[in-house]
Design a protein around this ligand. Structure first.
Ligand SMILES: [Zn+2]
Length: 285
């Protein structure tokens, strides 16, 4: 079974500012259309057997996901699509929104980002959300790494900041998106020692030198089993991401670099992600 643990769904206008909607993702050297329809999302992610879907809630940088949008979409294919709620602890209703998203909207995890939202992951307002997530058994997808908006504070972005949370909430499942780029090294040492912290490899293949080094380091530290498959759709597709993984393995051979396992792309692609995150179908209510 293939699980894409990282896809986005949002609407413009309404859930993205004009500035974001016009963003060109420079590393891809192409304009990526962030505003996609439900039909497009469904068609473009169809090769994945299970797909995690979320937006982002971060008023500081103009991401204004309404959780009902994701909930309404995932209901159209409730077995294949798993919705996460976008939560920002800087908002007064964040804690009650978690309850509403889970109990009323049927969402099954949280998407959070200290850097996009401008909040300290160790702030009491954030800690109360982590406590509730642990209590409900909700995995949290963190954008814990760098990003492009000028106002987004790097001081809250390092994956090492999640260590205290992992210790305080040992049963909380956390995924660090994009291997915490550019702090992949910190992510690797963190996922090695914290059993319930994972990382996804989404949106990394188009920085091949960094991606090679990150994967090679993951091999050296013995943590490739903690790497989950994700695309960051619509930034990248499943085919592009799989091809990107194979290209990195081939590059290491062509350049006579320390090897990456030949089966590493398949290991990651067929990871038992739902079980690892406590989201397997049998747990569905
Ligand atoms: Zn993303």
């Amino acid at each position: 079974m293939i699980t894409d643990c990282h896809t986005h769904f949002w609407r413009y206008p309404g859930e993205l500012t004009e500035e974001l909607a016009s963003e060109t993702f420079i590393m891809r050297r192409q304009k990526v259309e962030l505003n996609i329809t439900a039909e497009q999302h469904a068609a473009d992610t169809i090769k994945a057997d299970r797909v995690l879907v979320f937006g982002l809630r971060a008023p500081l940088t103009g991401f204004l996901t309404v959780n009902d949008t994701v909930a309404e979409y995932v209901r159209t294919d409730a077995k294949r699509l798993i919705g996460f709620a976008a939560i920002c602890p800087t908002e007064d209703d964040a804690l009650s929104e978690v309850d509403r998203a889970i109990n009323e909207l049927g969402l099954r995890g949280l998407k959070m980002s200290p850097i996009y939202g401008g909040w300290n992951p160790q702030d009491p307002s954030a800690m109360s959300i982590f406590a509730k997530a642990e209590q409900y058994g909700l995995p949290i997808m963190f954008h814990q790494g760098t990003t492009f908006p000028r106002k987004a504070p790097l001081k809250y972005a390092n994956p090492v900041l999640l260590e205290d949370i992992a210790l305080q909430f040992p049963d909380l499942k956390m995924i660090i998106a994009h291997m915490g780029h550019p702090w992949e090294v910190e992510t690797i040492v963190l996922i090695r020692k914290q059993p319930n912290v994972f990382a996804d490899i989404s949106a990394l293949f188009y920085r091949p030198w960094q991606f090679y080094n990150s994967l090679r380091l993951a091999v050296e530290y013995g943590v490739t089993d903690k790497l989950l498959f994700g695309t960051d759709y619509p930034i990248a597709t499943l085919d592009e991401t799989v091809e990107g993984l194979h290209n990195i393995v081939n590059l290491s051979k062509e350049m006579r670099l320390p090897a990456l396992p030949d089966d590493l792309p398949e290991q990651i692609l067929y990871r038992d992600t739902l079980n690892l995150l406590g989201l397997s179908d049998s747990t569905q209510t």
